[in-house]
Write a protein of this length. Structure first.
Length: 307
């Protein structure tokens, strides 16, 4: 059934689709997003990608590195908030504008329990609400958090390192090293997550400082977008049969205290019948070419030639 669909990834500064742009998946060209709340540069990587734009590479060097050879996807972004946000207030996760309780597959609660136990103990939400959500505090949910320097704009910090194909690593750079140390944040990702979730720990100390650049990466080996399945330790859940006609999956970075939305990334599953025939042929050609030595079409840098 999976071969009847294509993925399209869009992103923007709000829930409104009219503010979104198509993301160039598996390329070193970040999607730039600016609003009254932040500047951001987004990179989305998906292993064995089969989707739009039709000339998208099926993979990228990121998945060949030792740190990510088992991962299935990555949502990576550099963030420069325009106002400071308390540590616990900044959340990252999934939400919907419509109920999904009638479409949740058998075994959903089991899968959620495994996720909270094995992946992110800080997850909180209600999948059975009229507007379901599942958020985790960014300080503990993000796999990688690299603290950068304070910056005055894009070129000063947000997009300067987003083209690195190997991905971000936990830590800090420049005077961000001293900032991380003074905040009490541990050096490793695993210890940083524990520190943030610990009572009286990082959640009360961390502030997402106005003007400072934070480099983040969210990834895991559990969502297989090629076969449309959730694969957890000891548990596998194919979800394609339970999808409706709305947005397939939406990731949101927001301030839960104020409701301000900083970043929205939407993974939309499209039937090939909904997509222009020529685009379908191009997408299928690229997918087949990954194993046949077919030359991939070059994706042009949208900023190339622009001063």
């Amino acid at each position: 059934m999976a071969d009847k669909y294509l993925l399209r990834i869009t992103a923007g500064p709000s829930y409104d689709p009219s503010t979104h742009q198509t993301v160039q998946v598996n390329t070193p060209h970040p999607t730039k997003i600016s609003s009254q709340h932040c500047d951001a540069a987004l990179t989305v990587r998906i292993q064995n990608y089969h989707g739009l734009p039709p000339n998208s590479p099926p993979t990228c060097p990121y998945f060949s590195t030792a740190a990510h050879q088992h991962d299935q996807y990555s949502i990576s972004f550099s963030l420069r908030p325009h106002s400071s946000i308390p540590g616990p207030a900044l959340v990252f996760g999934n939400d919907f504008d419509h109920p999904i309780r009638d479409r949740l597959p058998p075994g959903f609660n089991t899968a959620l329990g495994i996720v909270k136990w094995a992946i992110d103990p800080g997850l909180d939400g209600d999948a059975y609400a009229d507007k379901p959500y599942l958020y985790g505090a960014a300080g503990s949910s993000l796999n990688i958090l690299r603290v950068g320097e304070k910056a005055e704009g894009w070129e000063a910090g947000v997009e300067s390192v987003q083209g690195e194909e190997e991905g971000f690593v936990e830590g800090a750079e420049g005077e961000g090293m001293e900032w991380r140390k003074e905040s009490g944040m541990p050096d490793t990702a695993a210890e940083r997550k524990k520190w943030f979730l610990k009572k009286g720990g990082g959640a009360e100390k961390l502030v997402w400082e106005e003007g400072r650049v934070f480099h983040c990466d969210f990834f895991n080996p559990y969502l297989d977008f090629n076969n449309f399945a959730l694969k957890l330790p000891g548990f596998s859940l194919p979800f394609i049969s339970y999808l409706g006609g709305e947005d397939f999956l939406r990731y949101v970075l927001k301030n839960k205290d104020t409701g301000d939305v900083l970043l929205v990334v939407v993974f939309t599953l499209l039937s090939k019948d909904e997509v222009d025939e020529e685009e379908v042929k191009k997408a299928e050609s690229v997918q087949q070419g990954k194993g046949e030595g077919t030359k991939e079409e070059k994706i042009e840098d949208p900023d190339e030639g622009v001063d």
